[in-house]
Design a protein around this ligand. Structure first.
Ligand SMILES: [Zn+2]
Length: 345
């Protein structure tokens, strides 16, 4: 890395832009997405921190020499390994830990994306989030896709969740909730969510790519762009965000193919955007180089990756790739996120 592009320089450069344009992380998880476990205890020592019994809290710290490592390995992970890692990442949650992450980067706020794999859990999850992240204007919340709900019940449910909890989006993790966009059943369900969410002005965030190690193996790839392209995303006119730019856990060759498909979808559906969350350094660079940068948003995928690490990868790649990094930064981390959070642009 050239000296001029060290971590301090990049962070200061983005902080400067953030004075005028508040910067947002549009992809963080308040709870582990595999288990959806929300059972935490309040901390005696720190307000706004929620912890597992017996786990000590160590605030995040930037390790600049270490921000470009850790490509996602698809083959190396089993579901058991995935569970162990994710439980470790979620020893703690709550506004305190996300405040600490945001403070390191200069970002102003984050969109929380809860996921549940069980029926009748979505509302309880939103109620818990309201207790743990009670800072409107800083923490924005998506409603988890309510597994098993009848299609005609979606609109009244999202309406109620918007009234009660102020949700601004709906999160669908196709792989974890077993929705195959290439099957008529899966496609119709996704389009029913788009119709209900869109008519309430709620953005929809959909997982894009593989989920390594997930069983059944077929469900591990429900989020690939080939499958997502079976859906008519124009059913909603509100923003729809394909997470990880559709490239989660893809190898280099697959990323190249996926990005040309992403551009085809961008052409076809003007409401479609993509976030750059939790991709390796090479993949972030490819997304910024080969896809339409005006359609991207910043997301980290915290707490599976520290926000500072995803932020530095993004800033470094943007600085290397973009002819006008400042305008791209403002669009990707401020203007497009504000559209998805229903904030004035
Ligand atoms: Zn995620």
């Amino acid at each position: 890395m050239p000296d001029s592009l060290n971590a301090d320089f990049l962070l200061a450069w983005a902080r400067e832009a953030g004075h005028e344009y508040p910067l947002f992380d549009c992809h963080v998880h308040p709870f582990d997405v595999l288990t959806g476990d929300t059972a935490y205890q309040t901390s005696d020592s720190l307000p706004k921190l929620f912890s597992r019994p017996g786990s000590a809290y160590h605030p995040p710290a930037i390790m600049p020499e270490n921000f470009d490592s850790a490509e996602i390995q698809r083959e190396a992970v089993s579901e058991r390994g995935l569970l162990l890692t994710s439980r470790f990442a979620y020893s703690h949650t709550g506004a305190r830990i996300f405040d600490d992450h945001l403070a390191l980067t200069g970002l102003s706020g984050a969109l929380l994306l809860p996921v549940t794999r069980c029926p009748d859990r979505a509302e309880a999850m939103l109620a818990t989030i309201q207790q743990m992240f009670d800072e409107p204007g800083r923490y924005f919340c998506a409603c988890p896709y309510p597994v098993g709900m009848a299609r005609e019940a979606l609109y009244p449910f999202f309406y109620q969740m918007k009234e009660t909890y102020g949700i601004c989006a709906v999160k669908i993790h196709t792989n974890l909730v077993n929705l195959d966009p290439a099957s008529p059943e899966g496609r119709e369900t996704i389009e029913a969510v788009l119709e209900a969410a869109g008519s309430l002005g709620l953005s929809v965030i959909v997982h894009g790519g593989w989920t390594p190690g997930l069983q059944p193996a077929q469900a591990a790839q429900y989020g690939t762009l080939e499958r997502l392209s079976c859906v008519d995303w124009s059913v909603s006119r509100a923003p729809v965000v394909i997470a990880h730019a559709g490239c989660y856990a893809l190898c280099e060759t697959e990323v190249t193919a996926a990005l040309s498909l992403l551009n085809v979808l961008f052409e076809k559906f003007p409401n479609l955007l993509a976030d750059v969350s939790n991709l390796g350094m090479g993949a972030v660079e490819s997304v910024l180089r080969f896809s339409d940068r005006s359609r991207l948003l910043f997301g980290s995928d915290a707490l599976y990756i520290p926000i500072w690490k995803a932020w530095l990868r993004f800033l470094h790649a943007l600085y290397c790739v973009s002819p006008d990094p400042e305008s791209d930064l403002i669009r990707i981390a401020s203007i497009n996120p504000r559209r998805c959070l229903s904030l004035p642009v």
